[in-house]
Design a protein around this ligand. Structure first.
Ligand code: G6P
Length: 503
């Protein structure tokens, strides 16, 4: 045969990601409950309809018992890899989330971290094995010349590994994160930095959420791959690409593209009008209360995040505290609805951050709260219907990450908000490139500045807020997930086989 693989269930389109489409949690009676997985990656990929007939290869389907989950699954179109738990943990918790995530979001406290020692090298071997398992599975499952869409920093080495196994495939890789500037990226040991970049360049095409992240990637290639004669290739029309030399003097070319991911307006509008969301709204209204001015008189500042270091939840709370300090006229008249859903709790630094979020919220409530007014409503139990209820009630949305690939919450709230909300948005979120004109843009480290923006947002005249809100919603939905997915699929399908090897 043409390849060493049998194409028993050969797929023409394959998607690969660490996390699968649904998350399984156990109900109290021991049965499994399937929920939509969290994060932008799953939102984007939820656009893949049955008509695409794609095979989704993943390793983590949920946080429940892996055995039970595996027995229950057997969903068509999903192949869950059986990866050794220790390998998965070293690759996912160790390298992906404690190193690559930290590098791209620039999260290290540099006097103490990072330390790239023997433990890191041991975890790196697991990361390679984890990527190799994906490459192997994809190679087995792909039809000749199939399109493979590899997702995110967990799988940076897959394109190169898969190219070695199956040179006929058209391979794309998409980064859902920011990309680090070279000064930061080069904290990684040189050989590792080089391996990561060359691994990704094994793809025919690399996708990023914004031009800014794409350019950072290009800069990293120029600095790290100096021995590979990297040439930027900028044809007058058509996408930019990178040309470089591989060992043995062969030259390869990889195309680069920007694909912003927008909110799914149809889904959000339909889902947020269901009765379970109405019920959550009524419950929230009760918690908000109305004080002397009656129900509905208090304004809301809404944030919804995974409890994630890069989301900057603590500084957001400190900005709210500053607002109450410097503008006492808002006391009793505003409530900060903060939903912070636990994430990556295997990592101590995330557990500590989760505790710090609660501590600061409680401190604000203790200091400013009155019998009829709780200044911060912090909820940590993930509940999508309640998130949508808060979106509907939002007068102000607070999205202040220190760094974020896109941030879909910034796009979702303006779409769902009933009164048209004012958006306080970090300039370091990818979404700011698309929403910056109508948002109140802040430096996420500047707590005083963020408090000032909250005050301006709360004080914004209704008509201005409604107009800005309308424009924000339009910009937020300009690139629905279906487009995001199909544009990449089409770009890869348009490539001739072998286009990546110009000679
Ligand atoms: C970000 C990443 C995704 C990831 C998501 C949730 O959006 O880009 O790859 O799936 O966070 O994080 P988790 O570690 O729970 O998968």
């Amino acid at each position: 045969s043409e390849h060493q693989y049998e194409h028993a269930h050969a797929a023409r389109v394959l998607v690969a990601s660490n996390r699968g489409p649904v998350s399984y949690v156990f109900r109290e009676d021991g049965t499994l409950d399937a929920r939509r997985g969290g994060g932008g990656l799953v939102s984007g990929l939820s656009a893949i309809g049955p008509e695409t007939d794609a095979l989704w290869v993943c390793s983590a389907l949920g946080d429940g018992d892996r055995e039970a989950v595996r027995r229950k699954i057997g969903e068509p179109g999903v192949r869950m890899l059986d990866i050794d738990a220790a390998v998965h943990s070293d690759a996912y918790n160790g390298i992906a989330n404690s190193v690559l995530w930290f590098v791209h979001h620039m999260l290290y406290q540099t006097p103490l971290e990072p330390v790239f020692d023997a433990e890191f090298r041991r975890q790196w071997v697991a990361y390679e094995a984890y990527n190799q398992a994906f490459a192997q599975a994809l190679a087995e499952s792909a039809a000749p010349a199939a399109v493979v869409l590899v997702q995110d920093y967990h799988l940076a080495l897959v394109p190169g590994m898969l190219r070695d196994l199956r040179p006929d495939l058209r391979i794309g890789h998409f980064s859902h994160t920011p990309w680090a500037p070279p000064e930061y990226f080069r904290m990684l040991p040189d050989d590792i930095a080089e391996q990561l970049l060359l691994g990704m360049l094994g793809a025919n095409r690399l996708g990023f959420l914004t031009q800014r992240w794409l350019e950072a990637f290009q800069s990293c290639c120029h600095r790290v791959l100096a021995d590979h004669d990297v040439d930027p290739h900028r044809p007058k029309d058509g996408p930019p690409s990178l040309e470089y030399r591989l060992p043995g003097h062969r030259r390869r070319r990889t195309e680069l593209g920007v694909h912003g991911l927008g909110a799914d307006a149809d889904f959000l509008r339909e889902r947020s009008r269901r009765t379970d969301v109405d019920e959550r709204m009524a419950a929230l209204r009760e918690q908000i209360g109305g004080g002397a001015h009656g129900p509905g008189s208090r304004k809301t500042i809404v944030r919804v995040d995974r409890t994630e270091l890069s989301k900057n939840i603590v500084r957001g709370l400190l900005a709210y505290r500053t607002l109450l300090d410097e503008h006492p006229e808002w006391r009793e008249r505003v409530v900060h609805i903060a939903f912070a859903y636990p994430s990556r709790q295997d990592l101590a630094v995330y557990r500590e951050y989760t505790a710090e979020v609660s501590r600061v919220a409680e401190e604000i409530n203790a200091r400013y709260g009155t019998p009829g007014w709780t200044p911060v409503l912090l909820h940590v139990k993930d509940d999508f219907a309640r998130s949508l209820a808060a979106y509907r009630m939002a007068d102000v949305a607070l999205v202040n990450p220190v760094r974020d690939g896109m941030n879909l919450v910034a796009k979702e709230i303006p779409v769902v908000s009933e009164a048209g909300c004012a958006l306080v948005l970090s300039r370091e979120a990818g979404a700011c490139a698309e929403l910056g004109d109508d948002a109140l843009v802040v430096n996420p480290y500047d707590v005083t500045g963020t408090a000032g923006a909250l005050h301006r947002a709360l004080s914004m005249p209704d008509t201005e807020r409604a107009e800005r809100g309308k424009r924000l919603a339009a910009a937020a939905t300009a690139l629905p997930p279906q487009r995001w997915f199909l544009d990449q699929l089409n770009a890869l399908e348009a490539l001739d086989e072998g286009v990546a090897e110009p000679g």
